[in-house]
Design a protein around this ligand. Structure first.
Ligand code: SAH
Ligand code: SF4
Length: 387
């Protein structure tokens, strides 16, 4: 019989596990605290649990963390971990320290099936969803690594090094809905990490039905990857737009805000030179979002080999930002962090054994036709994912 990995369970899941063992449900809270709050994974050390139960647990369960393959530390303090998903696949997480907060950027899938044209993860294809243990394991491992660092050693165990989590690593979190929500529950649980809903952000390219489910099942802060102000352009660069066009996406944002912990949506907008960064795009954007309380996060495009895109110039980014700011919007321009270790947005590559055969198709088909064939391939993969 295989052992149950307790890292896959949130508190209700653990309570069910204990009840099925004939134990009291409150054991769930104790075990949650040991594993996630204290970072203790050895049952023998869980001293407020009676010895017979500890022994029983050791025969039925385990706390199996994913394995860290490589840790890199940037000159600016940003850290990146390559974490094994299995022998041939890996994912990445990134910690970004700032004065007032520490943010961990977490992955949700090995690769991504949604094929946004400017995204390195999207280019790599898709292998599989991460399990709950692999998602929450990224937070456990990062916490553990940072606590070992002498730089943070003066902090007490109640101080948080990681105050914010953003689901902005590899993958589309809402395409791995159930596992992501269970992992979010653990992040928010006071017995585990106790993060505020306002400080946990899910970023989505716009899977409308899943946005509605998130609103009902686990509302946290929401970021939406907009990147284009009209359907024609967004269909090209964020192909999921063909299934959920902008009108539907804007309506979903409005519905989300009815229950969201923050009273705005953050629209992410990658600045691609000559593609989506002209003043007319900024003006179209203003009219698109007029009914959705929002902030904007402009992300200078982070290049990767053979992307085919260039980063917008500083002047074009400022001009774009100013048009939005004239209408009183809050606009931030994302600083590139961890440049020297390729840890910036959209650069997370991990290691992906593509199951969609996308990379193969792109390489073997002449450019003119590849567009057409690729699009039909997209459709199949995306349909599989969102239905
Ligand atoms: N799949 C989710 C979350 C992961 S991507 C989503 O798309 O929202 C996190 C953010 O990085 C998204 O806004 C994404 O569009 C952006 N991004 C992807 N590739 C990028 C690149 N090369 N440069 C800058 N930002 C990029
Ligand atoms: Fe997937 Fe997000 Fe990259 Fe698009 S931007 S391919 S949704 S990870």
């Amino acid at each position: 019989m295989s052992l149950v990995n307790l890292l896959d369970l949130d508190q209700p899941g653990l309570a069910k596990f204990f009840v099925e063992l004939g134990e009291k449900p409150f054991r769930a809270k104790q075990v949650m605290r040991w594993i996630h709050h204290f970072g203790m994974i050895d049952f023998e050390q869980m001293t407020d649990i009676a010895k017979p139960l500890r022994e029983k647990l050791a025969t039925l369960a385990e706390v199996r963390l994913p394995e860290v393959k490589v840790e890199q530390i940037s000159d600016d303090g940003t850290r990146k971990w390559l974490i094994a998903a299995d022998a041939s696949n890996g994912i990445e997480s990134v910690f970004i320290p700032e004065d007032e907060r520490g943010t961990l950027c977490i992955s949700s899938q090995v690769g991504c099936a949604l094929e946004c044209t400017f995204c390195s993860t999207g280019r790599q294809g898709f292998n599989r969803n991460l399990s709950v243990a692999e998602i929450i394991g990224q937070l456990w491992l990062a916490n553990h690594a940072l606590r070992q660092d002498p730089y943070y050693s003066q902090l007490s165990s109640s101080d948080r090094i990681i105050s914010n989590v953003v689901m902005m690593g590899m993958g589309e979190p809402l395409a791995n809905f159930d596992n992501v929500v269970t992992a979010l529950n653990i992040m928010l649980d006071d017995s585990a990490y106790g993060l505020s809903r306002r400080r946990v952000t899910v970023s989505t390219s716009g899977l409308v039905p899943a946005m509605d489910r998130l609103r009902d099942e686990c509302p946290v802060a929401l970021a939406v990857s907009l990147h284009a102000p009209n359907d024609a352009l967004r269909n090209e660069i964020v192909p999921i737009n063909r299934k959920y066009p902008l009108k539907e996406l804007m309506a979903a944002c409005q519905r989300y805000l009815e229950k969201a912990p923050r009273d705005f949506v953050t629209f992410e907008y990658v600045m691609l030179d000559g593609v989506n960064d002209k003043p007319e795009h900024a003006r179209q954007l203003l009219s698109l979002v007029k009914d959705v309380p929002c902030k904007f996060n402009l992300i200078p495009f982070n290049p990767f080999p053979d992307s085919g895109y260039k980063t917008s110039s500083r002047d074009n980014i400022s001009r774009f930002r100013d048009i939005l700011m004239q209408e009183e919007y809050v606009v931030t321009t994302r600083k590139t962090r961890g440049d020297d270790i390729d840890a910036a947005c959209g650069q997370l590559a991990g290691q992906v054994q593509d199951k969609t055969r996308r990379v193969e198709k792109r390489l073997s088909i002449p450019i003119q036709v590849s567009q057409e064939i690729d699009q039909s391939a997209n459709q199949t993969t995306m349909d599989d994912l969102v239905n």
